[in-house]
Design a protein around this ligand. Structure first.
Ligand SMILES: [Zn+2]
Length: 408
C-alpha cells in the first residue's frame, strides 16, 4: 500500500489537480497526493496548494497529510498541488548520490563500515558512518562516485518479499529495522542495490557531480563514527570552481611551490575546516594585497593580516599550513580589540626562515607589555594597553628584526 503512493510511482510529477478529502485544522488529506512526507533520511517536500504554502507533508496512519497555515478551504474542493521542484529534485539527486557513496565506501573499506544515519536537506547532505574513515578512502570513493555518475547508470526500484530479499547478500539494508513483509529495493545498474524508502533520480547522470565537502569524527552511542558532508550537482561544480580559483591564487602567492602541493594543501585545509572556503578566501585576499607583503632580497616573504577583535583559531591553523607551501615565508597575524585596548599577535614561519623566535620575543618584551609564549615555529601572545597604531609599529619592529637577522 505504502509503495503505491503517487510520489513513488511518478517521482517527476510536480503538479496535480485533486480533491480535498478531509480537513483537520491545519492538516489536509487529499484524494491523491504528490507530496513526499520524508523517509530514508530525506526531508519532506515543500510547495503549495492553490497558492497556499505547504509547510510539510506528514505520514499519519499510512496517509499523507499536508500541513498548511491559515486557510479557508472546504472538503470536496478541487485544488492544485505544486511541489517545490528545486528542493525536491536536489533531494532526489543527493539521495541517489548517497547510495553511490555508501557502495563505494563499502567496496573500499570493506564491511567493517556501516551506515548509521543519513540526513538530506536542501542545503546540506550528510551521512554518518560507523567506523573511522580516512581522507584517502573518501577521496577514492569520491572519484568512483563521479565515474558512476558520468557513466549514466539507470536507477530503478522493485518491491520484493522481505524474506527473499534477505537472501541476497549484496542488498544493502538494515534488516533489523525492516518489519514489513515487502521491501522496496532500489537498484543502480551494475553498481548497487539497497532497501530504501526515499526518492531517487532515474539516471545517475542527472546528479552531474558529487563532491565531499568535508568530514569529521564523532562518537555516537559510544562508537567511533565518521560524518561525511557532501554536495551534488551545481553546488558541487561551484565548489570545484572555487577550489580551482583558490589554487590559482595560491600559485600567485607561492610561485615556486609545485602544483600538487598546492592542491593537497587546499584540500587538507578545506577538509579539516568542513569545507569552509570563506576562511581561506579571506586569508588569501588579505595576503595578496601588496600592502600586506614584504619580499626581502633573499626572497623571504613576510605577510600580514589584521583582524578586528581576536584572531580566529581556524586562521591560525590555516596559516600554519600555508607557511609550509613556500620555502621562506612568515605570516604575522594581528587582532586588535578596541574595547579592551588589547592587541593579539600570532607569528608563524616555515622552518627555512632562520629567525630566532626567542630573539623576536625579546624585541616585543623590550618595547611592549607582551605576554605570550612560543615554540620553534610559532609565537602567540597579547599586548595590553595597546593602541591601534601599535600594529604598524610592531610590524615594523618584526620586519627590521627579520631583515637584520637574514640580510644583515
Ligand atoms: Zn534511497
Amino acid at each position: 500500500m505504502m509503495f503505491q503512493m503517487l510520489y513513488y510511482k511518478k517521482p517527476y510529477l510536480r503538479k496535480l489537480k485533486t480533491t480535498i478529502r478531509e480537513i483537520r485544522g491545519n492538516l489536509l488529506l487529499l484524494e491523491d497526493n504528490i507530496f513526499f512526507p520524508g523517509a530514508g533520511g530525506q526531508a519532506s517536500d515543500k510547495g503549495s496548494l492553490d497558492g497556499i504554502e505547504v509547510k510539510e507533508a506528514l505520514l499519519i496512519d499510512s496517509e499523507v497529510w499536508l500541513k498548511v497555515d491559515h486557510h479557508q478551504l472546504r472538503k470536496g474542493t478541487i485544488v492544485e498541488l505544486k511541489i517545490d521542484w528545486d528542493h525536491r529534485y536536489k533531494l532526489m539527486k543527493a539521495h541517489t548520490a548517497e547510495h553511490l557513496l555508501l557502495r563505494a565506501i563499502t567496496q573500499l573499506a570493506g564491511n567493517s563500515v556501516e551506515l548509521y544515519k543519513i540526513e538530506i536537506k536542501k542545503d546540506s547532505a550528510k551521512v554518518v558512518i560507523r567506523g573511522q574513515l580516512t581522507w584517502s578512502i573518501l577521496k577514492r570513493a569520491m572519484d568512483r562516485v563521479n565515474e558512476w555518475i558520468w557513466e549514466g547508470r539507470a536507477v530503478t526500484d522493485r518491491l520484493m518479499e522481505t524474506s527473499m530479499a534477505k537472501g541476497f547478500h549484496d542488498i544493502r539494508a538494515r534488516w533489523e529495522r525492516i518489519h514489513n513483509s515487502q521491501v522496496r529495493v532500489v537498484f543502480i545498474e551494475g553498481v548497487d542495490a539497497a532497501a530504501c524508502k526515499g526518492l531517487h533520480v532515474h539516471n545517475t547522470r542527472e546528479i552531474r557531480m558529487f563532491h565531499v565537502k568535508g568530514f569529521h569524527r564523532e562518537r555516537l552511542e559510544g562508537l567511533p563514527c565518521t560524518v561525511v558532508e557532501f554536495l551534488v550537482d551545481l553546488d558541487a561544480i561551484r565548489e570545484m570552481q572555487t577550489r580551482s580559483f583558490l589554487i590559482g591564487d595560491l600559485q600567485q602567492l607561492f610561485p615556486t611551490t609545485p602544483l600538487k602541493n598546492l592542491v593537497n594543501t587546499v584540500t587538507n585545509i578545506l577538509v579539516e575546516n568542513r569545507g569552509n572556503v570563506k576562511t581561506i578566501k579571506t586569508i588569501l585576499t588579505h595576503l595578496m594585497d601588496p600592502d600586506n607583503m614584504v619580499i626581502l632580497p633573499d626572497e623571504t616573504r613576510i605577510l600580514r593580516i589584521t583582524f578586528q577583535n581576536s584572531i580566529p583559531k581556524v586562521v591560525m591553523k590555516t596559516c600554519n599550513k600555508l607557511v609550509e607551501l613556500y620555502q621562506k615565508v612568515v605570516i604575522c597575524l594581528f587582532g586588535y580589540d578596541y574595547e579592551k585596548a588589547q592587541l593579539q599577535v600570532y607569528f608563524t614561519r616555515s622552518k627555512a626562515v632562520k629567525v630566532s623566535l626567542g630573539g623576536l620575543i625579546s624585541v616585543l618584551k623590550a618595547s611592549t607589555t607582551w605576554k605570550g609564549s612560543g615554540n620553534d615555529k610559532v609565537i602567540s601572545g597579547k599586548i595590553f594597553s595597546a593602541e591601534v597604531s601599535d600594529i604598524d609599529r610592531i610590524w615594523n619592529q618584526i620586519l627590521s628584526f627579520i631583515h637584520s637577522t637574514l640580510v644583515g
